[in-house]
Ligand binder design. Sequence first.
Ligand code: SAM
Length: 247
Amino acid sequence: PGTLYIVATPIGNLSDITERAISVLNSVDLIAAEDTRHSGKLLSHFGIKTKTFALHDHNEKQKAQSLLDQINQGASIALISDAGTPLISDPGYNLVNLAREQGVQVTPIPGPSAVITALCAAGLPTDKFLFAGFLPVKQQARLSTLAEYKNADFTVVFYESPRRIIDTLEYIEESLGAEKEVVVAKELTKHFESFVKGTPAEIISWFKEDKDRQQGEMVVMLAPNKEESALSIEAEQLMKALMEELP
Ligand code: SAM
């Protein structure tokens, strides 16, 4: 049987593709792409002539088995998405899950992903973080999801659309407080790459200063809660009392 490769592609700068990604994309029998027209540009840039097949959210479940059948008959297939790492807020989960269930070999070809690219240069703690994908679209669900992170002692990272960024920053202020430290990473690896750090209100005014800033792809990061947890305050008080008792 063949192999199912999960291949990461650039999130903006085409030079971020790996040598291994190019060689796998050249050697497989078929590339399953989220949008074949979009990926066609990337493939032609690198002179890759492999046949493509459209695999998106709407047909993934239905097509997954026939792709796995082809692999069992000896074909190798690469899965790519429009940008970054497949399955990270992108299609592919059903296919990979089914492949694993059926003992099909799945090989990851790592490369860029916006979540890691944003996090590693934001200046926020990275020892522990939560990737929350896209927030729910409905207002109430969006607010309650944000409220869940109120006491988070880890960095929270999520993807956001330019259409909703101002609303989301207002919601962050409402549910997490006006002092919440936020970083928005925009247009990563591209010409207008920028990191904006501040309170929700400061970032909103940065966006409003220039309407062009409200365009492009973005990642939002919330700093961990600075307030000491009740537990550590208690521990500190205990320590103080002990110190006073000591000779
Ligand atoms: N699979 C991709 C990955 O590994 O990052 C993510 C796909 S998701 C459908 C697209 C979202 O990722 C965008 O709305 C944006 O939030 C984020 N994103 C992708 N490329 C980006 C970039 N160059 N700069 C900032 N955010 C980006």
